[in-house]
Design a protein around this ligand. Structure first.
Ligand SMILES: Nc1ncnc2c1ncn2[C@@H]1O[C@H](COP(=O)(O)OP(=O)(O)OP(=O)(O)O)[C@@H](O)[C@H]1O
Ligand SMILES: [Mg+2]
Length: 260
């Protein structure tokens, strides 16, 4: 049976307030299954990096999909960039403002690095130029700039199917930034990168955060948490079991909470 999907929106658009995301008593089950999220309250401040941690199966991806509006909660409320959704299947559509990098990255394998990156800007175009993929030169420059910062500009014309996992991850990030989002939801961010590349990519993302981007990411890399997170939330079996400013957590506490 298909799981409930979100469509439409309930609340008025507003970008007031210091929270980019606010969920209250969020419950979600896939059809025929038990609850995957159980009463999750999550606040993510604007312009901060919030990291969601938890063991495999704890509900991290499901939470990000709810925030993107790809799934709708059975109970509770979600407020993203000032828009509210409530139970009953009506979710949030903020396609341009909210960029989502799925766990499998969602790239088009037989398009090039540059073409994949440019697809992030499709929401900014009219239907015909979008259909023809006729991108203005300044966007090509912008896309190339992101790819340079992410260290993959030397493969602009390479098809994505020829890239390594880490290279693909960089393209997915560049594509998300091309969307000029206010909120970036990144699932298993930097998971396929070596430590040096992770630092350079997270530094680029941090620069963007300084200019106002809010990031909610999941990762299993505790080093990334220590270095880049402003705020940490830990899920266990769909419940939030820890929620602290990053300055108050340490790797030992985190690994204990995640494993228990
Ligand atoms: N489409 C689906 N239909 C039914 N159950 C699902 C579906 N997707 C996920 N689940 C279940 O929901 C639970 C939470 O899954 P989710 O993908 O959110 O976990 P996760 O924390 O992201 O795990 P990981 O670290 O492995 O990515 C798991 O028990 C999973 O089996
Ligand atoms: Mg996941």
């Amino acid at each position: 049976m298909a799981e409930p999907r979100a469509s439409g929106q309930d609340g008025p658009v507003s970008d007031q307030g210091s929270l980019a995301v606010e969920t209250r008593d969020l419950w979600f089950s896939f059809s025929g299954g038990g609850p995957v999220l159980r009463g999750v309250d999550l606040d993510a401040a604007r312009g901060q990096v919030t990291v969601v941690l938890g063991a495999s199966g704890s509900g991290k991806t499901t939470l990000l999909k709810l925030l993107k509006g790809l799934l709708a909660p059975q109970r509770g409320s979600i407020r993203v960039l000032g828009r509210t959704t409530s139970p009953g299947g009506r979710g949030i559509r903020l396609d341009a403002a909210v960029a989502y990098i799925p766990q499998n990255l969602g790239l088009v394998r037989n398009l090039t690095v540059l073409e994949n990156t440019l697809t992030g800007a499709l929401g900014r175009m009219g239907a015909l130029p979008a259909l023809l993929m006729a991108f203005p030169p300044e966007w090509i420059k912008e896309a190339t700039g992101f790819l340079e910062r992410l260290g993959i500009a030397h493969k602009l014309e390479e098809k994505v199917y020829n890239l390594s996992g880490g290279e693909r991850q960089r393209v997915a990030i560049a594509r998300a930034l091309m969307q000029r989002p206010q909120l970036l939801l990144a699932d298993e961010f930097v998971s396929q990168l070596d430590p040096v590349t992770t630092v350079s990519i997270m530094d680029s993302v941090r620069e963007t955060v300084v200019t106002g981007l809010t990031v909610i990411m999941t990762t299993h890399e505790l080093d990334v948490v220590a270095r880049y997170a402003d705020h940490v939330a830990v899920l266990r079996d769909g419940q939030k079991v820890l929620d602290l400013p990053a300055a108050e957590v340490n790797p030992r506490l985190l690994s204990q909470v995640i494993k228990v």
